[in-house]
Design a protein around this ligand. Structure first.
Ligand code: ZN
Ligand code: ZN
Ligand code: FE
Length: 764
């Protein structure tokens, strides 16, 4: 202790430990400036999982100092805990940033990529060495995860390592009062990365010329490939259907909507309905794609069959420079890949598209970690991630239990894996459909990278029970390799829907028995059937299946998941028997009688017609019966289109029957058929059908809760991406005093499965 003679205050030496995402986000200079404001002497240094500050001050000032840290911390930082204690008195004479001591198995958190900040956009017009410099950044913004090769996060360990800082950049980099102090990717027009355009018969190096050429390409409805933060985008006009058609041909993508980048919020609000919460998310430093309700069409073929549009705002300096030059309200910016392959990141790979695009615009800095644009939907005023990638990965999910050394392999179709460090679940970026060979190698490469970057020693492997999932096979191989070295290695196989519920429980930090509602398209069940309309009681360790949608055949197996008319036939056959062929349903008239006969036989003889309780397949069947969608041209098209046409004023619903263990929709199907025959509008039928599902969930929960006294309701699975269902059931359950939990930070679809697998493995 030290008594200050001027005001008689007791001055101590305090040690403040701050944990969370506080590295690579401008946190140390921020602390330096804050200490200066309070005239505090001491120091700050990085440690493994945060920063450590020492300061000389009295108790009162300490409280004010901490309050200010909490309130004014840099945007992309995240403070998890602040611990303070008095330590042995040592007098400090100034405030210094100490050099970091690193290298340990404990990780420091890695910042996700951050959209260019307003100050940098300003500097881009003012700073002499950065006029229109398209890679401008500072400690508050710029690439992070996408350029990192290994830890600690220092320039030498990023793909900025090959660029030598010019004296001017270096003086900013080393000046603690400068916004670019220790901004690892700091660069300028004379020392940093540059864009090059490769066109048909031309090569451009000057940025002005490149941007003029981009303007030309957009105007002529042609397509350019542009290297972004986490991979290449394909870019074209968003106001012309010829451009959209060209893009669809190039990507072999039939109808799936394209994401659109709007000039700014004001322009966006002419084309889409946007509330304040949506505004905040779309213009946040993460700049995700946000699903919004359409107001006015851009080119009609962008999202022809849906009432939503995936919108985003500029987030790279180049995006802003493009919009300065063109007059368009928006441009299409979609991942550069062919159908299901991962987004292209490599200059050598983009050359494959050479003959298909009009120009390739690339830059000479390597993308180390591939990320797609993330996708968010606001449901009940809360942002819900549907695809978690750029600007979210690799931010960890903080758990209340230890998951050290666990590797969770994820699902198959919408894959994302997870690794565990301490109490942190670090989920990979969205990987995609592993059945695609290129995507599978992206999966294995990324696992290797994560294990290396985060220095993981896996000893527990968790995977889906499905024997044929490629992720499960990978898990098996990894386990066999580990087993020879480590006797304690374990492989834990997790039921798909249990994992969905556990994922939502872990995200919401729940550790007690819950009623889980897990609705999706497909998941391997205990009995070998395909589950997907499940009510279970569970905790992390165990689950018991209480009720499920009545089993129905999927004639054609996997094909039934892509061709909704097959599910429609199956549901009609089960509701009406042989007579269904005589129903006066328009969609049936378009199917050859011989084809119907084959389908019936397949069901009767159980040939390639697995049983399913899937909610997704029920939505498919309804979409087909009302004539909305017979073949899906993209994943979940039928349910999405069904949701798109709901008449929200209709509160009616259809009959259904809840039995001891199963829920039957035979009555629902019959009443829908009557409505179709009576020419009731598809919007009304869709509303009644959705209301039926909500009613089924509510009634089933009531009965299970009465029997078990459980009031915690956890809902997950792809179906809960449906805004109408999620909002209505959540509100209804809240009104009846249930504790209801949905997902938000982690997708409710199979992209969230890995977290559930990890939580279950940790508990077991
Ligand atoms: Zn900045
Ligand atoms: Zn420079
Ligand atoms: Fe699923």
């Amino acid at each position: 202790m030290f008594v200050n003679k001027n005001n008689n205050l007791n001055i101590y030496n305090f040690k403040i430990k701050i944990k969370g995402l506080v590295q690579g986000v401008g946190f140390r200079p921020f602390i330096y400036r804050t200490a200066n404001i309070f005239s505090l002497n001491g120091n700050i240094s990085n440690n493994n999982n945060g920063v450590v500050i020492e300061v000389n001050c009295d108790n009162n000032t300490l409280q004010k100092f901490i309050k200010s840290i909490k309130q004014k911390a840099p945007l992309a930082s995240h403070i998890n805990t602040i611990e303070t204690k008095k330590i042995k008195f040592k007098k400090h004479n100034d405030f210094v940033i100490k050099k970091s001591i690193n290298e340990s198995n404990k990780i420091t958190e890695i910042s996700p990529d951050i959209a260019v900040c307003d100050n940098c956009l300003d500097d881009m017009k003012k700073q002499k060495h950065r006029i229109n410099y398209p890679f401008i950044n500072c400690t508050n913004c710029g690439p992070r995860f996408s350029i990192i090769k290994s830890l600690p996060y220092d320039r030498e360990k990023t793909s900025m390592n090959k660029f030598e800082m010019c004296p001017e950049c270096n003086s900013e980099y080393t000046n603690v009062l400068d916004r670019r102090f220790h901004a690892q990717p700091v660069a300028c027009n004379s020392c940093g990365p540059v864009y090059t355009l490769y066109g048909k018969n031309k090569k451009l190096f000057e940025l002005d010329e490149i941007i003029l050429e981009i303007k030309n390409i957009i105007k002529k409805n042609k397509i350019a490939a542009i290297k972004g933060i986490g991979g290449f985008h394909l870019m074209c006009s968003a106001t012309n259907n010829i451009a959209v058609d060209n893009l669809r041909k190039l990507k072999s993508r039939d109808k799936k909507p394209f994401a659109v980048m709007f000039r700014n919020l004001q322009t966006l609000s002419e084309y889409a309905y946007i509330n304040n919460i949506e505004k905040n998310i779309i213009s946040s430093w993460r700049r995700p794609i946000v699903l919004l309700k359409k107001k006015k069409n851009l080119a009609s073929k962008i999202t022809s069959s849906l009432d939503t549009i995936g919108a985003m705002l500029p987030y790279m300096p180049l995006h802003y420079l493009i919009f300065e030059t063109i007059n368009e309200p928006a441009i299409i910016l979609t991942s550069a890949n062919i159908s299901d392959e991962p987004i292209i990141i490599d200059n050598n790979d983009i050359v494959k598209l050479e003959n298909k695009v009009d120009a390739i615009i690339t830059y000479n800095r390597e993308i180390c970690n591939r990320t797609d644009d993330s996708v968010v939907r606001i449901i009940n005023n809360k942002a819900r991630l549907l695809r978690r990638s750029r600007s979210y990965t690799p931010e960890p999910i903080r758990l209340k239990f230890d998951v050290e050394g666990i590797f969770a392999a994820g699902a198959e179709l919408v894959n994302c894996f997870a690794i565990g460090k301490d109490n942190l679940a670090i989920l990979s970026q969205h990987i995609g459909d592993l059945k695609n060979i290129e995507t599978y190698s992206f999966y294995t490469e990324t696992i290797d990278k994560f294990i290396k970057i985060f220095r993981l020693n896996p000893h527990i492997i968790a995977c889906d029970m499905h024997p044929d999932y490629l992720s499960s096979r990978y898990a098996n191989e990894l386990y066999n390799k580990l087993k020879s070295k480590n006797k304690n290695a374990q492989l834990i196989k997790v039921q798909h829907h249990h994992a969905h519920i556990a994922s939502c429980m872990a995200e919401n930090n729940i550790n007690e028995k819950v009623i889980g509602v897990s609705f999706d398209g497909t998941g391997y069940g205990d009995d070998g059937n395909i589950w997907g309309g499940e009510f279970m009681i569970c905790d992390y360790k165990k689950y018991s299946r209480k009720k499920h949608f009545e089993y129905i055949h999927m004639p054609g197996g996997d094909r039934a998941a892509k061709e909704p008319w097959r599910m429609a036939v199956s549901y009609l056959y089960s509701a009406y028997g042989d007579d269904f062929v005589d129903l006066e349903l328009p969609f049936l008239q378009n199917i050859e009688k011989a084809k119907l006969k084959i389908l019936k036989q397949a069901i009767d003889k159980n040939i390639n017609s697995p049983l399913t309780s899937s909610a997704g397949r029920l939505f498919d069947a309804v979409a087909s019966i009302i004539g909305l969608c017979q073949k899906s041209s993209f994943h979940a098209e039928a349910p999405m289109r069904l949701e798109s046409i709901i008449d929200c004023n209709c509160k009616d619903y259809y009959d259904y029957k809840i039995y001891e263990t199963k829920i039957s929709f035979k009555d629902t199907i019959k009443q829908i058929v009557i409505d179709v025959i009576n020419n009731i509008s598809p919007s009304i039928i869709s509303a009644k059908f959705h209301n039926t599902i909500i009613s089924v969930i509510f009634e089933t929960i009531n009965s299970i809760s009465k029997e078990t006294n459980i009031r915690n309701i956890v809902m997950s699975g792809g179906t809960f991406q449906n805004k109408y269902i999620s909002e209505n059931i959540e509100n209804k359950l809240i009104k009846h005093k249930y504790n209801i939990y949905l997902q938000s930070k982690i997708p409710p679809n199979d992209g969230g499965i890995a977290l559930g697998q990890m939580a279950i493995a940790a508990a077991i």
